[in-house]
Design a protein around this ligand. Structure first.
Ligand code: PEP
Ligand code: MG
Length: 611
């Protein structure tokens, strides 16, 4: 075992235990009472929630652990004007309707601004001002006079403005998305259909959507969203990743989710992927009891990750910003294995300055004094577009200039980030290590490591998420201090299956024997040059797969903090030799399902009974 992966400070045995363990959240319990549940205190009432909806259980994919119960809030899709909308009879009356629609939009944005904080509040207030722009109403009036319908006139006026904003560039060009959002909301208002996006709601609820954009998920109000369900998405979609990081139970790929009527109570199980619509209250109670039994079993263990024979495997957190860092820092884990820095800037319209970045990074490092924090430099492009790091449209963005390739074309962005990281690392006591995303060759690794060291940062690493880099990990890792397997992208590229396509979930399954073979090759290469190899893809948080990964030679596991306790338990019940045998059994299987079944059958039942 190399030292770099075992030198993190061990938390004291009495460190606070992971609070994200899968229990029904207090907010969910509150919701239960709101929803008319008669036995919120745990009785066995057995009455269905009084909604008139039929009780029904459906199966999706659980991506963020825990259970929740609450009323559905449907996220409405963008609204477009109807095709061939007829001209209006009375242009003056129609103009009054259009004016009223824009006013409705402004008022609802202002109302929402009162429910959020700081930056989000400023953004919403500024967007409300766009809706009150007199020029926009006037432009719509011209379209009405030219013979277009109400919704079409709004849409055409907005597009005229958008073209002007785009040609002005700079600040104006950056407001185009907000302008179109106002337009879509005004079209919805004039048509009398629900406004697009997350509606205003005050009661703790379960958000249901076709899918959520990363920025939309990141700005959800954690205190009111007790669960997330999407009809699309997949195990490694960013909705799934963000939900797990935020500790919100989530299920993706739930057929017919968007047709569940708003307000109907649902119970979701983010581990099994089961969703029950209008559940019997006995089921909610049973779910809650099972979750609390599991939580107490997990709470018995604490401290550094190790197998039952003492082989150390660091248990680390995946985080996406200061709020996550503060929450994860208070938990019983050994540090951060992946700080996705691009998540901080998902809605930024211009590149952050060194000072702005340093301030954020200080906030992330501070909770981890004496512990490691592995920072990934901006992984912009493809599924994580950043407005200020856009190199223009590409035919195949996932295979294009993303990750480190984008940094090579915009070294200014990389240098300012490294400078800010170095400042923040000096100002705090965290053991900061920096790694690059989407590295494919040894030359790229060397180029990155040089820049990291030139900025005074002592440890450089690379994500191993491109099969080419995995197969040649010996050469790639010679250039740096450590590697971290990004199994989300590694599965995507090994199986040639777009991770954004939920329908390809079976191919994207990290249990695919071919993916395990590539992981094995990457670990073998790392061992020959004595470099630690962690995993920071979602597979690290699957307790059975975590055992296989350790058996293949992985030295640390980084995951959403809510998943750490069950992985710690899995390790504690198996020896390193057990893990190696499980890895052999998985690789000897012909299919992903066979691999999982073989490992589940051979793992210790104390674990499998619990998961
Ligand atoms: C991965 O690809 O496995 C990974 C951890 O990075 P991301 O999911 O952010 O692409
Ligand atoms: Mg990746």
């Amino acid at each position: 075992m190399t030292t770099a992966d075992t030198d993190a400070a061990t938390p004291s045995p009495d460190a606070p235990h992971a609070s994200a363990s899968p229990t029904v959240s207090p907010t969910a319990a509150r919701t239960e009472a709101h929803s008319g549940g008669s036995d919120g205190a745990g009785g066995s009432g057995g009455a269905a929630a009084p909604t008139g909806a039929q009780t029904e259980t459906r199966q999706g994919i659980g991506v963020s652990p825990g259970t929740a119960f609450g009323p559905v809030v449907q996220v409405a899709p963008p609204v477009r004007p109807p095709k061939n909308e007829p001209a209006v009879d009375d242009a003056d009356a129609a103009l009054a309707d259009v004016k009223a629609a824009f006013e409705t939009v402004a008022v609802s944005l202002e109302q929402r601004a009162t429910l959020v904080e700081d930056t989000a509040q400023q953004i919403l207030k500024a967007t409300a001002l766009i809706a009150r722009d007199k020029g926009l109403v006037k432009a719509a009036g011209k379209e009405l006079a030219a013979g277009h319908g109400r919704a079409t006139s709004i849409d055409r006026a907005v597009e005229t403005y958008a073209a002007q904003f785009e040609s002005l560039g700079g600040y104006f060009a950056e407001r185009v998305a907000d302008l179109r959002d106002v337009g879509s909301r005004a079209v919805a208002a004039v048509l009398g259909v629900p406004a697009p996006g997350v509606p205003v709601f005050t009661e703790p609820s379960i958000i249901v959507a076709e899918d959520l954009a990363p920025a939309e998920t990141a700005t959800l109000d954690r205190s009111r969203v007790v669960g997330i369900i999407t009809e699309a998405g997949g195990r490694t979609s960013h909705t799934a990743i963000l939900a797990a990081q935020m500790g919100i139970p989530a299920v993706v790929q739930l057929a017919g989710a968007t047709s569940i009527p708003a307000g109907v109570p649902v119970a979701i199980d983010g581990d099994s992927g089961e969703v029950t619509i209008a559940p019997d209250m006995a089921l909610v109670t049973a779910q809650r009891e099972r979750a609390s039994r599991r939580a107490s079993a997990l709470a018995e263990l604490s401290g550094a990750g190790r197998t039952s024979d003492g082989h150390a495997v660091a248990l680390l957190a995946n985080i996406g910003g200061v709020e996550d860092a503060v929450a994860a820092g208070a938990q019983d884990l050994e540090g951060v294995g992946l700080f996705r820095t691009e998540f901080v800037f998902l809605s930024a319209t211009k590149a952050p300055t060194v000072d702005e970045q340093a301030e954020i990074y200080r906030g992330v490092f501070a909770p981890f004094e004496g512990r490691r924090v592995v920072v990934r430099t901006l992984d912009a492009g493809a599924d994580k577009p950043l407005k200020f790091a856009d190199l223009g449209p590409e035919e195949n963005p996932a295979l294009g200039r993303r990750g480190l390739r984008l940094s090579a074309e915009r070294p200014d962005l990389l240098d300012s980030q490294l400078e800010a990281l170095a400042v923040a690392a000096r100002d705090t006591g965290a053991d900061v290590r920096v790694m690059a995303p989407m590295v494919a060759t040894a030359e790229e690794a060397a180029w990155f490591a040089r820049r990291v060291r030139e900025n005074g940062l002592p440890k450089a690493g690379v994500m191993i998420e491109v099969p080419g880099a995995a197969l040649r990990s010996r050469d790639v890792l010679t250039e740096v201090d450590f590697g971290s397997l990004g199994t989300n992208d590694l599965a995507q590229y090994t199986m040639a299956a777009d991770r954004m396509q939920g329908a390809l979930s079976d191919l994207l399954d990290p249990w695919q024997p071919a993916v395990l073979d590539v992981v094995a090759a990457a670990c073998a290469g790392a061992a020959t040059v004595d470099r630690p190899m962690g995993v920071c893809g979602e597979s690290a948080g699957d307790p059975l797969l975590a055992l296989v990964l350790v058996g293949l030679g992985v030295t640390s596991l980084s995951m959403a903090p809510s998943k750490v306790p069950v992985v710690r338990l899995a390790l504690s019940l198996h020896t390193l030799a057990d893990c190696q045998k499980l890895a052999e059994a998985a690789r000897a299987s012909r299919t992903a399902v066979d691999a999982l079944t073989a490992v589940r059958d051979a793992a210790i039942s104390e674990l499998t009974d619990l998961i």
